[in-house]
Design a protein around this ligand. Structure first.
Ligand code: MEV
Length: 338
């Protein structure tokens, strides 16, 4: 029996459709070639142990019987609740459980997790969803639960909702499935697109966004204007569908225009900030096909679609007004055993 397994998952970038996708609309998301790695090990002591130096956690320990209970150190939440959900909760998974899983459930064995990431948790690349997906895949592998991608998605999405209370699950889907996907809230649709890698440049604003706070801010700001909000979300959904076609045809000019339109709607929602606006304007002035914030807004990253000819110029322009700029490759592989 294997007592130890290593699993990795990619970070993600929202291409089109953020915010609208929280409310039963579509989005396009791509997995990036920066990965988060976890090692999950069964240990002979009934303890949960976590080592995640990238997020400031060293030698975090608690008895297995307390897993997911009491106060949980914020940076440990996703790992801890993902384990609690996958080893102790849904009976349909337990019914397929092995002797060794029963020993974990009976508090005679424990679990040690180590994580390491190629991207900072500050960027908004989805480190929480990536780590959650990795843990559930590892638990499935260690205990022979044979969870399908959709079952891993469902359990990881439940974990995210248990912690955050809100969210579409697009980031979880990207971590699990990889590639570039067309996605509807909660995984009602998860469709791989036969899309080429997008020529993207990413600019980091230097400001950490708080997704749940921003989702709540939009709700509050539009509390008396629900029809106006619905109209914006419907318009975003239309351009996501147009974006899907443009992406498949590799029509970067059209895709860039749709990114710009999407950014206008995001500004209408009040989720862009001056720093991101300046980075986006700099990218467009330097010749990018299109540019927009990617994610919740309020900080984190923006993306610009570039050509080979203007890529370096766009990068320099973003760097001049932002915090950091980097190249990424899209369409990365989803969750995998290392
Ligand atoms: C955050 O990265 C994107 C949002 O649409 C939230 C979500 O889809 O879970 C704002």
């Amino acid at each position: 029996m294997n007592k130890k397994v290593s699993v990795s998952a990619p970070g993600k970038l929202m291409l089109l459709g953020e915010h609208a996708v929280v409310y039963n609309r579509l989005c396009l998301v791509t997995a990036v070639d920066k990965r988060l790695y976890t090692t999950v090990e069964i240990i002979d002591k009934s303890e949960f142990q976590l080592e995640a130096k990238d997020v400031g956690i060293s030698e975090y320990k608690k008895p297995m019987s307390r897993l997911g209970k009491g106060s949980i150190f914020k940076a440990a939440q996703f790992v801890e609740i993902a384990i609690a959900n996958s080893v102790s909760h849904p009976p349909e998974f337990i019914s397929g459980s092995t002797q060794i899983l029963k020993q974990v459930q009976n508090d005679s064995l424990g679990i040690r997790v180590t994580t390491k990431s190629e991207f900072s948790a500050k960027l908004g690349f989805g480190s929480s969803s990536a780590v959650t997906a990795c843990i559930i895949k590892a638990i499935s592998q260690l205990f022979h639960l044979k969870l399908s991608k959709k079952e891993i998605f469902d359990l990881a999405y439940k974990t995210v909702l248990d912690i955050q209370g809100d969210g579409s699950g697009f980031d979880v889907a990207s971590a699990v499935y990889g590639g570039t996907i067309y996605f509807v809230t909660g995984g009602k649709v998860i469709e791989y697109l036969n899309a080429a890698s997008l020529p993207l440049v990413v600019g980091y604003s230097g400001i950490k966004a708080d997704t749940v706070r921003i989702i709540n801010k939009v709700k509050k700001d539009f509390a008396n204007r629900q029809s106006c909000l619905d109209e914006i979300y419907n318009s975003i959904e239309i351009l996501v569908n147009q974006g899907k076609e443009a992406l498949i045809k590799m029509d970067w000019q059209s895709f860039g225009k749709l990114m710009n339109k999407n950014q206008e709607y995001l500004k209408g929602l009040g989720v862009s900030i001056e720093k991101l606006d300046n980075m986006i304007k700099a990218a467009l002035d330097a010749g990018a096909y299109g540019a927009k914030l990617s994610g919740a807004g309020g900080g984190d990253c923006m993306i610009a679609l570039v050509s080979n000819e203007n890529k370096e110029e766009v990068k320099e322009a973003i760097q001049n007004v932002g915090r950091e700029v980097f190249d990424i490759k899209t369409n990365a592989e989803g969750i995998r055993i290392e």
